[in-house]
Design a protein around this ligand. Structure first.
Ligand code: SF4
Ligand code: SF4
Length: 423
């Protein structure tokens, strides 16, 4: 492994604390990932990325910064990457998925904040994540209350732009989101010093659409009777997609999809015939949160789809590529992003339709609806999700969890009982 200590030092990181994190990650990854049998060979790329997770991509970002590019850190799938890329900027996801960062967040946030927010704030304030140190600007959004207040804290020591996301999807809300995107474009232009043209935005739209198409191909393969990739591996691909260069991401995911399609043709599966198929829905699973997938896939079932932001919400729906003026392109971007169904919207019937549609498409035997502790939005929405799934005759298990391991045994017992009930 390359020695990145000097780079971390230059980033002002807390090396001692960071060392502690670097020591636990390889074991966790080995236990969860490398213990799997018959993985697609293409997964070697993602294994390598994880083995150098705080080194390889951060050093690329720093090199790009030296050449004048700006890095934008984002926390939500509603922030349009297209705008940043059109101004020759780079986007990196910043959501924290490790319990390691939670205590740092709890120093400034109420304990009753969801672990994703606490971990994200902790990663920044404790100086233990290079991505949080590298980003030149953070881009927040007005999705949930916890995030809105967290931006005020994070904004104290890093430039922060907040996009005002509507909470409904009427035509006037879509128009408002179009304006918000146009304003974001101005902010990005000023910050990068690069003008966004219809041509550069058109190219950026194509780049991000291609990444979506590649991820959709990987998901398509998971619909097959013989499941060619574990849910854990698919989740890892999704998690890294938030950090990687979009062109390389499309290429590596397409290579993986080629292998998966061949596996389907050859009848290769990573699970024994008859393994129960689970659709997982709920709050996002930021890297390195592999807890639920690991429990499900070591309890006799396979995760075949995630109706999550680290799942279908990230790649479903393309931006219309046929628009030729900035105005039309902003509108097309707005329309695409407003098709995403997060629980921060009301009403949010679209998400329930998505879950039922996806459960059928992926031939799920059951749905696990899991939310992070203290996520009031997804927790409350469980009521309607539950009712709709019951009405559709699809078994559902509702769970709430966090990043700590304390409830792992209890979760395993409940998940095993659910899987048994499916059989
Ligand atoms: S769950 Fe909602 S707020 Fe969280 S990343 Fe997804 S869209 Fe954004
Ligand atoms: S999981 Fe829920 S509370 Fe946490 S950031 Fe996402 S929407 Fe907000």
């Amino acid at each position: 492994m390359t020695d990145y200590v000097k780079m971390w030092e230059n980033l002002g990181m807390d090396l001692k604390n960071h060392d502690a994190l670097c020591q636990v990650l390889p074991t966790a990854f080995g236990d969860v990932y490398l213990s799997q049998q018959n993985r697609p060979q293409a997964m070697a790329f993602w294994d390598f990325v994880v083995s150098e997770i705080h080194g390889i991509r951060p050093s690329e970002l720093i090199e790009a910064q030296k050449k004048g590019q700006k890095v934008f850190g984002t926390f939500c799938v509603y922030v349009p990457d297209e705008i940043v890329i059109a101004a020759n900027g780079i986007v990196t996801g910043l959501c924290g998925g490790s319990q390691f960062w939670v205590p740092g967040g709890e120093k400034v946030l109420p304990k009753s904040t969801c672990p994703l927010i606490k971990a994200s704030v902790g990663a920044r304030l404790d100086r233990t994540c290079p991505f949080f140190r590298i980003a030149d600007m953070y881009v927040g959004e007005t999705t949930c209350d916890g995030k809105k207040k967290a931006w005020e804290i994070l904004g104290q020591d890093v430039p922060m732009h907040i996009m005002d996301l509507p909470q409904m999807k009427r035509s006037k809300d879509i128009r408002k989101w179009t304006e918000e995107i146009a304003d974001f474009a101005k902010v990005v232009e000023e910050f990068t010093g690069n003008k966004i043209s219809a041509e550069s935005l058109g190219q950026a739209i194509k780049t991000i659409n291609n990444k979506r198409r590649a991820l959709a191909r990987m998901y398509e393969a998971r619909k097959a009777e013989n499941i060619p990739i574990s849910g854990k591996d698919a989740l890892l691909v999704m998690q890294i997609a938030f950090f990687d260069d979009p062109v390389r991401c499309a290429k590596t995911v397409n290579d993986l999809a080629d292998e998966l399609e061949k596996r389907i043709a050859d009848g290769v599966s990573v699970f024994p015939k008859g393994t129960k198929r689970i659709l997982l829905t709920g709050t996002p699973l930021a890297i390195p949160n592999w807890k639920l997938h690991h429990i499900i896939e070591t309890s006799g079932a396979a995760v075949v789809c995630e109706e999550m932001c680290t799942g279908t919400r990230y790649f479903e729906n393309l931006v219309d590529e046929s628009k030729n003026t900035l105005e039309e392109q902003f509108e097309a971007i707005s329309q695409r992003y407003m098709k995403t169904n997060c629980a921060c919207f009301t009403p949010n019937a679209g998400r329930i339709d998505d879950i039922i549609r996806l459960a059928k498409e992926y031939k799920a035997d059951g749905v696990i609806d899991a939310s992070l502790k203290f996520c009031c939005l997804y927790d409350t929405e469980k009521y309607k999700v539950n009712a709709a799934l019951k009405e559709a005759g699809i078994p559902v298990l509702s769970l709430e969890t966090d990043y700590a391991d304390a409830d792992a045994e209890q979760l395993k017992t409940r998940i095993e009982a659910f899987i048994e009930m499916l059989g």
